[in-house]
Design a protein around this ligand. Structure first.
Ligand code: ADP
Ligand code: MG
Length: 343
């Protein structure tokens, strides 16, 4: 039987070649991909959007319960999500890896299988990166480049008084998925031979481990001619993201507790964990759903789209940012979103 190849045998250049030698660019905007000192892009008269995300082992992911292929996939998705939240389209990514000595070639191949799957699904060219040894676990940094049209890009700053506030999908699921994984990790560590118990919770686990971007909704909004006054993706929790929109658009907002979309599995787990369900939906991060505002005139059109929920409206700035509870109390929204810099 042939000796198993290791990262050490391949060396840095051998590893890069092994991971990328069959990659060829699909987009006309990719003039030169992997293989020179820099990639070359040609965007002609388009606007170029650029976003980057850094993922550190132990801070952003835990390899005890995160399959490497899923990790690679999610690392791409979080970047693509930022690009579509500008109403731009992702076209190229670069991937930079810090690899500690406990990683085998197979493990890096698994990460790349996930990266490639996301690139294929969303038609993105992998055009370069950097590769280095690391003393502090695995690091993945991905940069995404996308294109948009000048008058079609959507910023956080365009929301206006009386606009309606919409979200896609449902909220809090990725956060509850994480709670479930953390619980099972503890159980497995304490009890010999224990098996994780994930039955009936496939949806929340998928939201945590394998999120998708909501390009499907953006496409429908576009087809129906619905203009977006502001938009962002929900990565740190609805509360925190809404406050960003209010601040940058210089407005206030009212959202309604009974309108916040929550999946059954999320609700069931919140009860099991004795957690406040609405708090999880408002502050749980990593849903990668979209939050956007639309002029009131388009209310009838936007409510027809499956997967979009109207949760409230924009107000004048002095009205503040509040959630109206089922008991008709007004609770000030606070940014308790996930923050990796916090203790
Ligand atoms: P440099 O020494 O100029 O940084 P490298 O030898 O690191 O160049 O990279 C050679 C080529 O391989 C470049 O095109 C670079 O973008 C690409 N590359 C390096 N690491 C990766 C990676 N992890 N994934 C994809 N492409 C990579
Ligand atoms: Mg390099």
């Amino acid at each position: 039987m042939a000796e198993k190849r290791s990262i050490k045998d391949l060396g840095e250049f051998g590893l890069i070649d092994h991971l990328t030698n069959d990659i060829s660019p699909k987009h006309a905007s990719t003039v030169k991909g992997i293989g020179d000192d820099a990639a070359v892009l040609d965007y002609k008269d388009k606007q170029v959007v650029v976003t980057t995300d850094l993922l550190l082992e132990g801070i952003h992911f835990d390899l005890v319960y995160t399959p490497l292929k899923h990790l690679g996939y999610k690392a791409v998705i979080v970047n693509l999500s930022d690009v579509i939240a500008m109403n731009a389209r992702p076209k190229q990514i670069t991937v930079s890896l810090g690899i500690s000595s406990r990683f085998t070639l197979e493990m890096i191949e698994d990460i790349y299988a996930g990266i490639r799957l996301a690139c294929e699904k969303y038609e993105v060219d992998l055009i370069g990166g950097d590769t280095s040894a690391s003393l502090t676990g695995l690091t993945i940094s991905i940069t995404c480049i996308g294109e948009g049209e000048k008058d079609k890009l959507v910023y956080r700053s365009g929301a206006k008084d009386t606009d309606i506030i919409c979200v896609t999908g449902d909220l809090g699921a990725a956060y509850m998925g994480l709670q479930l994984l953390e619980r099972e990790k503890k159980v497995l560590a304490d009890v010999k031979g224990a098996q994780p118990d994930f039955d009936g919770y496939e949806y929340v686990l998928e939201k945590q481990l394998k999120p998708e971007i909501r390009l499907d909704i953006i496409t429908q909004l576009h087809e129906k001619g619905i203009p977006l006054s502001s938009m962002m993706d929900i990565s740190d929790g609805l509360s925190s993201e809404l406050l960003h929109i209010c601040k940058q658009s210089e407005c206030g907002c009212r959202i309604y507790e009974d309108r916040i979309p929550i999946d059954y599995q999320t609700a069931k787990l919140a009860e099991e964990f004795n957690m406040n369900l609405v708090t999880a939906a408002l502050n749980g991060g990593e849903d990668y759903e979209l939050l956007f505002t639309v002029p009131l005139d388009f209310y009838e059109k936007v409510v027809m789209i499956e997967g979009v929920k109207v949760i409230g409206h924009i107000t004048k700035p002095d009205a503040g940012a509040f959630m109206v509870t089922r008991g008709e109390q007004e609770i000030a929204l606070i940014a308790q979103g996930w923050n990796s810099m916090a203790e």
